[in-house]
Design a binder for this molecule. Structure first.
Ligand SMILES: Cc1cc2nc3c(=O)[nH]c(=O)nc-3n(C[C@H](O)[C@H](O)[C@H](O)COP(=O)(O)OP(=O)(O)OC[C@H]3O[C@@H](n4cnc5c(N)ncnc54)[C@H](O)[C@@H]3O)c2cc1C
Length: 498
């Protein structure tokens, strides 16, 4: 059956696609938007609260973020906060917990204290909590199983009273609800509708085909997670990229063990985020530890199939083999990947995980937690064939022809409104539409954040070494791919052929 033409079609109703629908409806004069989602509901995959850590990654306690990255994530994270407060979603969609980065041992303590100095201009609310203060705020990080104080030096750099936690599935649902309230824009959501192909129309725009229907659009944005790359490949775009799905699992405690979020100091040689403990808003605040990082030969967790899709998006060849070889030849990464694989092996996993999690809660016992079955999702990481390496940043392919493909691994939920802003600017320019930037800035942003041009020079050689290693890992792995990013002349005039 042929259906009508939309100005913009968004493929995928996760938090990324729905955030874009909201921004287009509220801040532009685009008048019709179709959202096509293959499952029965909004945000049932990675944006679902059980799939991710529910964290707003601001960059204050994430020790793998450089100052520069933190100043970018702070801006986009604040957009989520401002949106939620504007709509009065406190304690329904957005929650406030205590949070901290915990340093254990002399080296980490020293590192965190220096990081505190370096980041305090960007995050003036951060506090330093010593062992005595931690006994009051987060006692389980201090005492061992005999009730004695742990012997290691520890420090927490943290805060109380910030918005820290989001139910991203509810957030995505609210985006659609609020977009529908914009009377000048018609929003249609098609559930249980899988996009099979996208073709360039002979007349204008695109023909989007599903099993039963055909849709038409002047502009298409594919926000379908790992499947964005599959659809891009089908159309001959992004053939130099492959997708490596990195799943994340969690372990759940039987009780509310931690009062807030406790993040550990990142091993500077590992590009994957360190283990953390978080109060789970969907499990009465019980503590959820994780995520692990497991290489999985499928694109979707806890859904049938997608093995074949994985093979198609990997596009295995010599360059992919070299990229994987480069990854595995680093001993820290190799043993991390192997250990994370063992985290999935029943019985053994509890023993191994206990060892790691005791760095956060030294008194933790194996009968106090279990593998969180059904929790966790997949981070679609990109392998760049030209560079023969894994890139852990986000990936966007701008075709320059009214079509964008996005893949948004962590912290993609935090950046949903920021990524939507980026695409919105492109779409309105391409279609010759208007963007109410003043209203947008007023409602969703607090302005830009300045970061110190240079980190505070430290006399401590060890701190500088860790800092340099973090910088190296950032440069090596955290490159984003923005293929076809528009040249400056793109912004001069509308580009659609309409
Ligand atoms: C273990 C883990 C922990 C994480 N923790 C955090 C965190 O604490 N904070 C944070 O900010 N981020 C976190 N992330 C990342 C975050 O979950 C993702 O970046 C975010 O959910 C991506 O949203 P999305 O809408 O792009 O993708 P998804 O939520 O995966 O949505 C994509 C949608 O596209 C649909 N789709 C796919 N193919 C088709 C098709 N052919 N036709 C129609 N629809 C299609 C899917 O059904 C799905 O609904 C975490 C991720 C993982 C895996």
């Amino acid at each position: 059956m042929a259906l009508k033409n939309f100005e913009v079609i968004i493929v995928g109703a996760g938090v990324t696609g729905t955030a874009l629908a909201y921004e287009l409806a509220r801040y532009t004069d685009i008048s019709s938007i179709g959202i096509i989602e293959k499952y029965e509901g909004i945000a049932t995959l990675n944006s679902c609260g059980t799939s991710n850590s529910q964290t707003i990654h601001v960059g204050d306690i994430e020790t793998n973020y450089t100052l520069e990255k933190a100043s970018i994530t702070k801006r986009t994270a604040k957009m989520v906060e401002k949106y939620c407060l504007q709509h009065h979603y406190q304690n329904d969609i957005i929650f406030s917990h205590q949070k901290m980065a915990l340093g254990v041992g002399k080296k980490e303590v020293e590192f965190l204290l220096h990081r505190y100095e370096e980041f305090s201009e960007l995050f003036p609310y951060l506090e330093v909590w010593d062992k005595e203060r931690l006994k009051e705020l987060e006692p389980r990080v201090v005492f061992d199983e005999n009730g004695d104080e742990r012997r290691d030096e520890i420090v927490g750099i943290g805060t109380n009273g910030q918005w820290t936690t989001v139910d991203y599935q509810k957030l995505a649902k609210s985006f659609v609800e609020n977009a529908k309230k914009e009377s000048d824009t018609e929003i249609e959501l098609f559930l249980n509708t899988q996009v099979l192909t996208i073709e360039k129309s002979k007349k204008r725009g695109y023909v989007v085909k599903t099993k039963d229907d055909t849709f038409y659009a002047d502009f298409v944005v594919v926000d379908a997670g790992a499947h964005s790359l599959l659809l891009a490949h089908q159309m001959g775009f992004g053939l130099n990229l492959g997708c490596l799905p990195v799943a994340g699992s969690f372990y759940m405690t039987n009780e509310k063990m931690l009062n807030g979020k406790v993040y550990m100091v990142q091993n500077p040689k590992l590009p994957f985020a360190a283990l953390h403990g978080d109060p789970d808003i969907l499990a009465d605040g019980n503590t959820r530890f994780g995520p692990t990082a497991l290489l999985l030969p499928k694109l979707e967790r806890y859904k049938s199939g997608t093995y074949l899709d994985f093979i198609k998006t990997l596009r295995f060849d010599k360059n992919i083999a070299i990229a994987l070889w480069k990854l595995f030849k680093e001993s820290d990464i190799r043993s991390y990947i192997f250990r994370n694989f063992l985290f999935e092996v029943p019985i053994l996993n509890k023993y191994l995980f206990l060892k790691d999690a005791r760095k956060i809660v030294p008194s933790l016992k194996s009968n106090e937690f279990k593998y969180a079955k059904g929790f966790g999702g997949v981070r679609p990481q990109v392998l760049n064939k030209d560079q023969q390496k894994l890139l852990l940043g986000e990936a966007s392919i701008y075709t320059g022809e009214g079509l964008i493909f996005n893949m948004t691994p962590s912290p993609g939920a935090t950046s949903c409104l920021g990524n939507a802003e980026r695409d919105l600017r492109y779409i309105v320019k391409y279609l010759g539409k208007n963007f109410d930037e003043e209203k947008f800035k007023d409602e969703l942003t607090e302005g830009e954040y300045c970061a110190l041009p240079e980190p505070i020079a430290s006399q401590k050689a060890m701190v500088n070494l860790i800092r340099a290693e973090i910088q190296r890992t950032e440069e090596k792995y955290f490159k984003s791919v923005h293929e076809g990013k528009p040249e400056s002349h793109f912004w001069d005039k509308p580009h659609s052929k309409i």
